[in-house]
Structures are given as structure tokens and as C-alpha cells.
Write a protein that binds this ligand. Structure first.
Ligand code: ADP
Ligand code: MG
Length: 414
């Protein structure tokens, strides 16, 4: 990038076209420009990319961005290039890797994206040692922690690359990290405790609704009948995503499936159709959503339980990014938890099981709660919860049977 001749605000306006920083963006950017290692915990849609893209423009040299998914990187590169940033990636999907290395060596890149598998390799580290690196950004940084909901061993290996570049400012970014995950990220990535910046997690325009599953097709149909706008229905499997897309199309509402089993061309066509549409339903697995820029998603429904409260927050957080009212619906069944528990006991490595069990218990407590949903979510992320938000299902329509259930539960556990 170019030497800093203008203020960060000028760059914000001239390069990115924004009048104001949003929320904690300014604090994060200022720390990074000051050369300080930082962990920024900011909700989905809060604008994390700008926190490393702006310093990448302001500083001489190339900002290295570690990102877990190729599709995500390519999206980011497209939008970075669109505003005149010089961005490229080094992944197995890039045929022009040699050209990218040349551009890097010639100092012609503002941003270089790479997946952790590559970034931790010797060849890459040698390349970087000969590069003027202005910043190392680690996106989706919760992947570094076993406590995080999406642990990736390769993220652990980043330490070598960071040790090679002790004086290059590090910026770790994540949307979802509870207290334990946060302190793990700080330790793993060598960021001081006072380098933590947390943005508010509250999404007051999202109304959270949780219901036991009871004839799902009918439940979804009634939901669609009263719910205008575009929305996502998360299905627990590819088959179910297909089936839900069919059922919803049957109601006359445009609906398409999205999952990793579809042909890549079909997938990107469906995604593009959804982004354009004002009333489409995307019936998808969790493969859908990361990096998709659609501010006017009006609802997100879960046809079965998500993986964790973190995943739930992230997935529902794709609704209402424009700030207008949006709905989150979760339809759950006891069998979802039984299946998830079974999976933990049979598929998860033994030393991670207790963490996964806790995660499921927290989710069970959330779905069965009779109190304010938002309060539970916020306290999960370490924020002071409201007494009652007045805008979730339990606040608007307090369950009448709480007392009887509570009494029965106490009797049973006595
Ligand atoms: P995140 O990675 O935190 O989920 P993104 O970086 O993808 O969020 O940004 C989400 C959206 O917010 C993008 O469309 C981006 O252009 C927009 N955005 C970022 N910063 C600002 C800002 N200061 N003012 C207005 N829009 C912004
Ligand atoms: Mg992002």
C-alpha cells in the first residue's frame, strides 16, 4: 500500500466511501495503525474486514490475511478489487499463483489472502520473510481455540509464522467468542490482554422465537404465510435442505436449496438469485451464509438445533443487518439433542468431549428457557443482560406453564 499521507478518516471516505466508522472500528483501526497486537470481537456484519483493509491501504507493504475458506477469500478479494485495492490469494484454487508471488515480491499487493494450511508451510514462511508485511490479520480467529465452536488444528500452527514476524502488528478477528475462547485466542496468538476490543453483541431488531418441532412442514408454511421478505431456513442435512426447498416452492414462494453437495455453478447461481431477491427462501445447510452480503434478510429459521449458541448467534445474525425488524425462529426436538450427544460421544476426540457436552447443555438451557432469550444470549457472550428485552417470544408471551414445569423438575431432581 501507499505511505500514509492522509488521515484514516480520509481513507475511509475516499477509498471505502463511508462517512463514519461504525462502532469499535475506529478503535481497532487506530490500534493496528499504532502497531499494537489486537483481538477484535465484533458481531457478524459489524464490518471486521475494514479493520484490516484500511490499515492495509494506509501502510506501506502488504497485509497478510489468514482466512479459513477459499470461497470466503474470493468474495473478499472481489469486493476489495472493486474499490481499487490490490488483493489476491494463494490457494489451490488460484491458477495464477506464480503471478501473485511476483506481484507480492514487487510490492504490488495491498492484501494477500491465504488459508492456514498454506500459511503455516515452510515455503510460505520463506516467501513472507522476504516480503514487507505491514500486518497479519487472522480472520475467524475462534478457529484457533479448542473452546471455539469451529476448532481447526492448522490455526494452532500459525504461531511459527507469527514468531517469524514478532514486530508486525497482529489483528485477530472473530464474531463469536465466549470468555474462555477469547483468552485462549489471546494466548495462542501472543496478543496482550489489553489488546482485546469487544463490540456490543446485542441485535435489538432481531426477535428470537423458539418452538418445539411439531409438524415442521406446516410450521414453516405458517411462518412463511405471515413473514414477508427474504429468509434462510437452516436444515440439518443436505436431503432436508432439498426437501424443504421443494415444500416451500409448493406454497408459491420462491425457494432454492443450498448445500455443499450441489454443483458449484448451481450453488453460486442460487446464491446470486437469493442476494437479488426480495422474497426468496433459501433452504440451506450451514455451508450457506458466511461472507454473504445481503443486509435485508428478514428471517432466519432453524429446522433443527444449531451446533451451539455461538453458531446460533452467528447464523441468526445474518437476519436484519440493515437494522430493520427481523425474526429468528428455532424449531427443535428432543431427538436433535439425543443425536448431537451421540455424536459427541462417538465422533469427538475424548479430550474435547467435556467442552462439547457443556456446549450442548448451554444450548438445551437456551431452548427450554422460560425467561428472556436475548438476556441468555448476551450473558453467554459476557455482556450485561437486560432484565427482559420485551421483544422475544418469552417476553412477549410469557409461557403460562413455567411454574408447573419448574415444580415438576424440582420434584424429579430432588
Ligand atoms: P463482518 O466481517 O464483521 O461480518 P463485513 O466486513 O463483511 O462484516 O462488513 C459487513 C458490511 O458492512 C459490508 O457491506 C461493509 O461494506 C459494510 N461496512 C463496513 N464498515 C462500514 C462503515 N463504517 N459504514 C458503513 N458500512 C460499513
Ligand atoms: Mg468477515
Amino acid at each position: 500500500a501507499v505511505a500514509l499521507m492522509t488521515t484514516p478518516h480520509d481513507i475511509l471516505k475516499q477509498v471505502f466511501g463511508f462517512d463514519h466508522f461504525r462502532g469499535v472500528q475506529e478503535d481497532v483501526v487506530m490500534r493496528v495503525l499504532g502497531g499494537q497486537h489486537t483481538l477484535a470481537v465484533m458481531p457478524t456484519g459489524a464490518g471486521k474486514s475494514l479493520c484490516y483493509q484500511l490499515p492495509a491501504v494506509a501502510h506501506e507493504g502488504t497485509a497478510l490475511v489468514i482466512s479459513p475458506l477459499i470461497a470466503l477469500m474470493h468474495d473478499q478479494i472481489r469486493s476489495a478489487n472493486a474499490i481499487g485495492l490490490r488483493a489476491a490469494s494463494l490457494t489451490s484454487a488460484d491458477a495464477d499463483r506464480e503471478r501473485t508471488v511476483e506481484r507480492l515480491k514487487a510490492g504490488e499487493l495491498d492484501l494477500l489472502y491465504a488459508a492456514p494450511e498454506r500459511a503455516t508451510g515452510d515455503g510460505f514462511r520463506r516467501l513472507i520473510s522476504r516480503t514487507n508485511v505491514s500486518l497479519i490479520a487472522i480472520d475467524e480467529a475462534h478457529c484457533v481455540s479448542e473452546w471455539g465452536h469451529d476448532f481447526r488444528p492448522d490455526y494452532r500452527q500459525l504461531k511459527g509464522l507469527l514468531d517469524d514476524n514478532p514486530d508486525v502488528p497482529r489483528l485477530a478477528l472473530t464474531a463469536t467468542a465466549d470468555r474462555r475462547t477469547r483468552s485462549d485466542i489471546l494466548t495462542q496468538l501472543g496478543i496482550p490482554d489489553d489488546g482485546l476490543i469487544i463490540a456490543g453483541f446485542d441485535r435489538p431488531n432481531i426477535r428470537y422465537n423458539v418452538r418445539p418441532r411439531d409438524g415442521l412442514p406446516q410450521q414453516l408454511k405458517s411462518l412463511l404465510a405471515q413473514q414477508p421478505g427474504a429468509g434462510i431456513v437452516y436444515a440439518p442435512s443436505r436431503d432436508k435442505a432439498e426437501r424443504i426447498a421443494e415444500q416451500m416452492s409448493g406454497t408459491g414462494r420462491p425457494a432454492l436449496p443450498y448445500h455443499a453437495g450441489l454443483d458449484p455453478q448451481v450453488r453460486s447461481r442460487n446464491q446470486a438469485a437469493f442476494v437479488e431477491s426480495e422474497d426468496m427462501v433459501m433452504a440451506a445447510t450451514v455451508a450457506f451464509g458466511m461472507g454473504i452480503d445481503k443486509p435485508d434478510v428478514r428471517f432466519v429459521a432453524h429446522a433443527g438445533i444449531p451446533k451451539s449458541i455461538e453458531a446460533y448467534y452467528q447464523e441468526t445474525g445474518r437476519a436484519g443487518r440493515d437494522g430493520d425488524p427481523a425474526e429468528a425462529w428455532l424449531f427443535w426436538g428432543a431427538e436433535d439433542f439425543a443425536r448431537a450427544r451421540q455424536r459427541v460421544e462417538t465422533e469427538v476426540e475424548p479430550d474435547r468431549r467435556s467442552g462439547e457436552r457443556e456446549r450442548l447443555n448451554a444450548l438445551a438451557a437456551f431452548v427450554e428457557a422460560s425467561g428472556c432469550r436475548r438476556a441468555i444470549l448476551l450473558s453467554h457472550f459476557g455482556e450485561d443482560p437486560p432484565e427482559a428485552c420485551g421483544n422475544c417470544d418469552n417476553c412477549l408471551d410469557p409461557p403460562a406453564t413455567i411454574d408447573a414445569t419448574e415444580v415438576a423438575r424440582k420434584l424429579l431432581s430432588a
